[in-house]
Ligand binder design. Structure first.
Ligand code: GLU
Length: 493
């Protein structure tokens, strides 16, 4: 078998979209599985729309996801000579021709064809101009585009798609498409093929939105006398209303950077995106990198479009709940040291990182993460819900305030009293704290849950969390005592 060479050729006209990321990931998996090469090629031919920021964003996004490539980034604009040469070759071999029809003429013909309910394909006016006619038009300064001369014959152009099976299109359904604009700039259909030929691409794995391009490009491969790669078309990603997900209608949730900001673990996002378009044929949903590379095949890419289950009106989920659940799974199960590195970045950004967490407080730091991670969904949760563990300026949850802290008006006095009891303990640990709390509840004649839940609210700002006595001991006497004494601020008078 020849070497597997796949490519990811984004047009740098925006940020890295999750659909684009998924394309990159599936190509990467295929390359890794077959010890092949992944080529990153920036298709920047559209100079007006391509930006430097977009190129940086794409490279940054892929790097964050952990998707590495073996060649490139190549830039399509560096190969314009190849594109021009190919166009010239097609002209010279009579497989392309100059077309002098003006926009207005084409528009008028299109309207007439539509009115007559006829085919709106280009009618071939310039297909058979004589060299003299061409010369005359050029001498008169009439601009021209170059069109590919689709063979006039019966039958079909077709190929075996690795995902969709046999795909065929009648020659007669394909119009003579433009390959070079009147300003001399070659178009995507041509550049993309010329580059794939030069880069010796063996497999083109891309979205089904390119299906109509593929049949036209097959004609170009044939005309340029080049071997045809294997094609595999991935399903599109649609929303619940079956509309393609896009920035315009869905906002930033389609950007890879959004997930980074929201506290996603890169591999969790990769895992989610792979399942958005591919299935292992089993119930398995969580994959290590090695497992995914092993399990991945083009044949198991889904035929039908994937649904991105995003409910704008559900504030509980800021994106597809499955993505959040997969992220939470990794948060709960990854080695705690690895979580420690990821959370460090979050704490640093929130300016509540303490260098001691990397030194004498390391054990405490990792233990804290381990105690609280079960309830968290994203890395952001460590600096929002989990803030009280690392900083004094945390906010108290409404439920914790109303249901627990303000449950009994006397808690305003009781909590500082409990603080005094703790303060007086010669040794402050799980057992002694529990004993002191229970004794105190008995003295004031309430169920232990009342001061204990109120304490949790005052100490962590939350309704739920790790076992309370463990928490007392873990937070340490000083913090516990101080927060209980300060809890008066939550009471109105
Ligand atoms: N630049 C094209 C895109 O971003 C590449 C498509 C392809 O894979 O051929 O859609």
């Amino acid at each position: 078998m020849t070497e597997v060479r796949v490519r990811f050729p984004p047009s740098p006209t925006g940020y890295l979209h999750i659909g684009g990321a998924r394309t990159a990931i599936l190509n990467w998996l295929y390359a890794r599985k077959h010890n092949g090469k992944l080529i990153l090629r920036i298709e920047d031919t559209d100079a007006e729309r391509s930006t430097k920021e977009s190129i940086e964003g794409i490279i940054d996004g892929l790097t964050w996801l952990g998707i590495d490539w073996d060649e490139g980034p190549y830039f399509q604009t560096d190969f314009s000579e190849d594109h021009a040469r190919a166009a010239q070759k097609l002209l010279e071999s009579d497989q392309a021709y100059k077309c002098f029809c003006t926009k207005e003429e084409l528009e008028a013909k299109r309207e007439a064809a539509m009115a007559a309910k006829q085919d709106v394909k280009y009618d071939g006016t310039c297909r058979n101009l004589s060299p003299e006619e061409i010369n005359a038009k050029e001498s008169a300064g009439i601009p021209s585009v170059i069109r590919f001369k689709v063979p006039h014959k019966e039958g079909v152009v077709g190929y075996d798609d690795k995902v969709l099976g046999r795909i065929e299109r009648k020659y007669t359904d394909i119009e003579d498409f433009v390959i070079v604009r009147s300003n001399g700039k070659p178009l995507y259909l041509l550049c993309n093929v010329v580059d794939d030929i030069r880069d010796r691409i063996s497999h083109v794995i891309r979205g089904q939105d390119h299906l109509t391009n593929t049949t036209r490009q097959l004609l170009l491969y044939e005309a340029l006398d080049a071997p045809i790669p294997t094609f595999a078309h991935m399903p599109l990603t649609l929303d619940l209303k079956k509309a393609k997900i896009s920035k315009r209608s869905h906002g930033e949730i389609v950007a890879v950077q959004f997930y980074r900001r929201k506290g996603f673990i890169p591999w969790a996002l990769v895992n989610f995106l792979v399942l958005l378009g591919w299935n292992p044929g089993t119930e398995q949903e969580i994959f290590t990198k090695e497992e995914l590379i092993e399990a991945f095949t083009l044949e198991r890419i889904n035929k039908s479009h994937s649904i991105f289950n995003y409910r704008k009106d559900d504030p509980k989920f800021f994106t597809d709940p499955k993505a959040i659940n997969i992220n939470a799974h990794y948060l709960r199960t990854m080695p705690i040291e690895e979580i420690g590195i990821l959370v460090k970045k979050e704490l640093q950004e929130a300016e509540i990182w303490d260098d001691a967490y990397d030194a004498e407080k390391k054990e405490w730091y990792l233990q804290t993460l381990d105690m609280i991670r079960d309830r968290f969904h994203t890395l952001n949760d460590f600096t929002t819900s989990g803030r009280a563990y690392f900083a004094d300026d945390f906010e108290i949850e409404e439920k914790a305030l109303n249901k627990n802290l303000l449950k009994h008006p006397d808690l305003k006095e009781w909590l500082p009293m409990l603080a005094d009891r703790f303060d007086a303990l010669p040794e402050f640990n799980k057992e002694s704290a529990e004993q002191a709390a229970r004794d105190f509840a008995e003295e004031i004649g309430v169920k232990p849950g009342i001061p204990i839940n109120a304490s949790r609210a005052a100490i962590t700002g939350l309704v739920k969390g790790p076992s309370m006595f463990e928490l007392f001991a873990h937070m340490g006497k000083e913090k516990v005592v101080k927060r209980l004494r300060d809890s008066g601020k939550y009471f109105k008078n």
